[in-house]
Design a protein around this ligand. Structure first.
Ligand code: TYM
Length: 347
């Protein structure tokens, strides 16, 4: 049977990139998967502390994200929604994987470099690295691999920026299984949604990100229609006449068409949408069309979020159920791994 697994960090309300690149895909898989398929969605709170913040903020973000996932229609009867920190098997496996994972591979990963705002070709010898790189940020992909492998996931739906981490988790499987002559870890497949990389509204050469200091750069999935309209109206485009789809020369316009395509009920591609725009169709028309589809689709999520976010007791109950189920799922793999390594019960 298939096992779908994915995760998201509790670092603020998810934005349109998280929504199109991941969350909506999770919901779609939940609604269409074979009844035997197991689905697990993890609130990656241990990953969130790679950039330390006040504890109160993390408490709040964890709760809010639980409310968002429920508002998205992820249903605890079908999907297991849980907190990474509540299932210590994730970190147990992380240690074991770290003993066969390659430093060289980790040091080539681009995410820690982009988090420290270093260029992709920075090496470990760079003084800026020695000064600011923390071990947790560096070994982040090992924990992510452990998240996936501890549940023996077969399919992992993510946005484009997680592709490299998924390749690394397959590498972890190969390293572990060959070191211990076992097949107890399963190599996961990456599922990338069609809207795999939504760009910032203000700097369309960069991906839309929760860590961008400008709130205008992203639409949160709980934004009001008014906020959505203002942000889209203010989105960076260009001064060329008309609308055409060319991510290289017209990144701002292309991003808006991508978003339109992401929300299109007929699932038309950006290229097709652009071709179908009539003569005289202007960027302001495009912005209006995007505003409409985004507001329409997010209205329900926003409404439900507002309802759930105040129900703390219920959210805690849902979390307890999810944590329990995830613990059971992880425990089985941990036993196999421990046995393969020689850490099982004494013989
Ligand atoms: P995170 O919290 O950064 O993002 C959650 C999901 O949203 C996708 N995403 C995007 N997709 C399209 N366009 C964008 N601009 C955009 N920004 C984000 C991400 O690709 C991701 O799918 N390390 C992970 C969380 C994690 C995880 C895991 C994921 C922890 N353990 C195990 C998969 C499997 C992260 O930081 O995602």
């Amino acid at each position: 049977p298939q096992v779908v697994f994915s995760g998201i960090q509790p670092t603020g309300i998810p934005h349109l990139g998280n929504y199109l690149g991941a969350l909506r895909e999770w919901k779609r898989l939940q609604d269409t998967a074979h009844p035997d398929t197991k689905l697990l969605f993890c609130i990656a709170d241990l990953h969130a502390i790679t950039v330390p913040r006040p504890a109160e903020e993390l408490y709040e973000h964890r709760m809010h994200l639980m409310a968002v996932l429920r508002a998205m229609g992820l249903d605890e009867n079908r999907s297991t929604i849980f907190f990474q920190s509540a299932v210590p098997y994730h970190t147990d496996l992380q240690w074991i994987l770290s003993c066969t994972a390659s430093m060289g591979y980790l040091s080539r990963m681009t995410q820690w470099k982009s988090k420290l705002q270093l260029s992709d070709n920075t090496t470990m010898d760079d003084p800026a690295v020695k000064k600011s790189l923390k071990h947790g940020l560096f070994s982040y992909p090992i924990l992510q691999a452990a998240d996936i492998l501890i549940h023996r996931a077969t399919h992992v739906p993510v946005g484009d920026d997680q592709r490299q981490h998924l390749e690394f988790s397959r590498e972890c499987v190969t390293n572990f299984n060959s070191t211990y002559k076992t097949d107890c870890l399963v190599a996961p497949q990456t599922i990338v949604s069609t809207s795999r990389r939504i760009m910032s509204l203000t700097k369309p050469q960069q991906k839309m990100s929760k860590s961008d200091p400008s709130p205008k750069s992203r639409i949160l999935i709980t934004d009001s229609p008014d906020e959505i309209r203002k942000k889209i109206r203010g989105a960076t485009t260009d001064s060329l006449a008309g609308v055409s789809y060319d991510p290289q020369t017209r990144p701002g316009v292309a991003n808006l068409i991508e978003i339109l395509s992401g929300f299109d009920p007929e699932r038309r591609s950006p290229q097709v949408l652009a071709q179908q725009m009539e003569e005289g169709y202007k960027i302001t028309d495009l912005k209006e069309a995007v505003t409409k589809v985004v507001c329409d689709e997010l209205a329900e999520v926003r409404e439900r979020y507002q309802l759930y976010v105040s129900q703390n007791d219920q959210l805690r109950e849902y979390a307890a159920v999810g944590n329990q189920k995830a613990t059971e799922s992880a425990k089985k793999t941990m036993e196999l791994v421990n046995e393969a390594v020689g850490l099982g019960p004494l013989r």
